[in-house]
Design a protein around this ligand. Sequence first.
Ligand code: GDP
Length: 459
Amino acid sequence: MSTKLLGWDDTIIALATPPGVGAIGVIRLSGAKAIDIVNDLFPSKNLAAQSSHTLHVGMLTQNAQVLDEVVISLFKGPRSYTGENVVEISCHGSPFIHQQVIDACLQGGARLAKPGEFTQRAFLNGRLDLTQAEAVADLIASNTAASHKTALQNIRGGFSSALRDLREQLIQFSALIELELDFSQEDVEFADRSKLKALVENAMYQTNTLLQSFKLGNVIKNGVTVAIVGKPNAGKSTLLNAFLNEDRAIVSEIPGTTRDTIEETLNIDGILFRLIDTAGIRAHTVDVIESVGIAKSYQKMQQADIVIYLFDVHEVNADELNTISADLQQQGLHYLLVGNKADADSNIKGLYAAIPNVIFISAKSGLHLEVLKERMVDLVLKDTVQSENVIVTNARHFHALQEVLKSLEDVYNGLEQRIPGDLLALDIRRCLYFLGEITGEVTSDDQLDYIFSKFCIGK
Ligand code: GDP
């Protein structure tokens, strides 16, 4: 289904660079009339007669009045991002100029693009499948090296090709089954059951690998939430500041709906750590695990992927620490025990002997902060699948893959119970349906609108 078949023959326009003052601003048009609309404003050359993938410098004018000196990039459909005629106008970076150029094009017959509409057109014209289109949004949103790399890999079709492999195996499976159905009169089992089983097993294995990669994918895309907890005066706010001071360039405050949800982020080895409830730490309102079972900060800990339990090495003994450690473990939390104020101390040796995996730091002087950071990364990567291969980062894909796996399990059980081939074929079709949902072969308009509405305008 192309944009043409949908009757989308209108030409869309949007500012492709961020709004505001900049060195340059790029305005992008896509649609059948894109070249004609700009040509009418570009007296020095006939753009329609120029080759695709060329640049043209000249004055953009409307009613004999110069709007700006611009560079025009020309892409003729179908060899363009959207598959339609695409023109990009690079003008000087003043919002006033951008508005004038956009207005002139609107008067020439273009209309303002909706969020993600360029990419939506690329999808509808078969230039990208849905996973690649979604990776475009992820790429724009990527804020660490790892999320950038994953999104780029998915745009290039890494995930799609893994799905294609899976799909081919299933099609091979249904071909064998269909063949058998053709001979159903003869009551023979044409398709070798053990071969079918092997095929399904392999497909289940692949699906499982993809599903397992989601944990890492989620970490890469959304970051890891960290709660720093401990008694008052343990040094929580000092540690927070030590983290943030070191990382000043990439620290940002993300204002939430209330002051309580202020989050600060830091990037360690390409993984984004979100320090939750930092307002609470600053306000000294969230403290305390005074002894076993005191649960004031448990709720906060439950929300976190990682808990840093910070204690003052002068204020704790080995027994207490063991109790706390057992308690955190029992709650199934991923945690690090961190002994602070280890700058001038004799207490450390005893504690270390009692609980060997304690990390000793001095938040004040920054001593061993690097070790703590390394251990944070280790903790994240410990139970995620390490894969240079395809990583699932999108919750929509994850849920569809879960359905794929369920259908495969039904097929497998069906084979075990020797159910008739036509019933097996039904389960396989269900499986192919969910695979198609991921790549966009099976979609509803609502679903597409939802996916593309999350894009920014101009993309
Ligand atoms: P919070 O209540 O857990 O947030 O603790 P603070 O960060 O406010 O620290 C409590 C006190 O311990 C302050 O006086 C800090 O200067 C001090 N402190 C924090 N970290 C260290 C450290 O590594 N060494 C020493 N000697 N003092 C520290």
